[in-house]
Write a protein that binds this ligand. Structure first.
Ligand code: ATP
Ligand code: MN
Ligand code: MN
Length: 307
């Protein structure tokens, strides 16, 4: 396993002109991981991560006292952030404009780390075409009693249904309990059509196999089942960015994996910073992801009765 370079986070921040305070402060007490080490991790994965996260509205999980203490989601730029953490206005549903964070380069990830960001959540669209998503995500949320094999089987079932419709997809272990199945798209269709498609796909699975799946958010309906959370695909919803660290026990990373690895996985939180950094440096993952030119077609929507 590639050890992360433990001490050059400070140097990275200095080189990028981001002021890093308390670089030695431990943010993951269980692992003894410091703020400077998180910076070093993001430098290691930047080349793989930035194409996924850049120029998207973000929602940040901040943990000012480290991961074991209180963390909170921050959606809007309320001021006082380093200049490398950029922000731009977007109209909310009610028309009111709010400033959303975004980043363009490693300095943004470093600036966020300085502000105790431990999770980077992304919109499915980018500022260039904020009303037209360039990715869909099927977030598999298991009932706690299910074995992990139920999740890996659900992921491959979603993949197969997407393949039948003509769409390639890519699996991500969330760093928490589940797997996300991601579909890169050309940003041609607006949010309502994307959501209708995702809801219809989730509902078709729940209808065909009601013992395995539910497309209903209620926890009661989830008993012994998997919730196919299609609600990540709404304007303003977010999902964890590929390669983001999570604020959970063990300091796991949301890591891209390959389909042929999926059946061998035993958990979704098995990638440490070091393991993820090694993966990003070696083969990476998801080769072909950014070359995909696919988009939703009327035929696909019709096949699911999702018009
Ligand atoms: P797991 O595999 O454990 O389910 P996950 O990342 O999929 O991990 P979920 O609980 O399914 O976590 O949440 C899905 C997404 O919903 C999160 O990644 C996040 O982007 C968004 N989300 C969850 N809670 C909030 C919140 N309080 N405020 C804003 N967004 C949230
Ligand atoms: Mn989930
Ligand atoms: Mn979910």
């Amino acid at each position: 396993e590639n050890p992360i370079r433990l001490d050059d986070g400070e140097e990275v921040a200095e080189r990028l002109g981001v002021r890093l305070t308390s670089p030695e402060r431990v943010v993951y007490p269980g692992q003894g991981i410091t703020k400077a080490q998180i910076v070093a991790y993001y430098e290691d994965v930047a080349e793989a991560m930035l194409p996924h996260i850049e120029n998207r509205p973000l929602s940040l999980v901040r943990c000012p006292q480290g991961r074991a203490k209180q963390c909170f989601f921050q959606k809007h730029d309320t001021g006082g952030f380093p200049e490398q953490l950029l922000s731009k206005a977007i109209a909310e549903k009610d028309g009111e404009k709010k400033d959303y964070f975004y980043i363009k380069e490693l300095a943004g990830l470093v600036a966020g780390t300085q502000m105790n960001v431990l999770e980077w959540h992304i919109w499915g669209s980018r500022f260039l075409a904020v009303e037209k998503p360039d990715r869909m995500v099927f977030d598999i949320d298991p009932d706690e009693d299910l074995p992990f094999s139920a999740i890996t089987e659900a992921a491959t079932d979603i993949r197969d249904r997407l393949t039948d419709l003509g769409l390639n997809s890519y699996p991500l272990v969330s760093g928490g309990k589940g797997i996300h199945v991601i579909v890169p798209l050309k940003p041609t269709k607006p949010w309502p059509e994307i959501k209708a498609f995702c809801r219809a796909l989730a509902q078709s699975m729940a209808t065909d196999e009601p013992d395995r799946f539910t497309a209903n958010l209620s926890k009661a309906r989830r008993k012994g089942r998997l919730f196919i959370d299609y609600l990540r695909n709404e304007r303003g919803s977010t999902a964890i960015s590929p390669w983001s660290v999570r604020s959970r026990e063990g300091a796991p990373v949301a890591a891209p994996v390959e389909w042929d690895e999926v059946k061998g996985l035993t958990k979704a939180n098995g990638f440490s910073l070091a393991a993820a950094a090694g993966r990003a440096r070696d083969a990476g993952a998801w080769s072909g992801y950014f070359e995909e030119k696919q988009q939703l077609t009327v035929k696909m929507l019709k096949a699911l009765n999702a018009e």
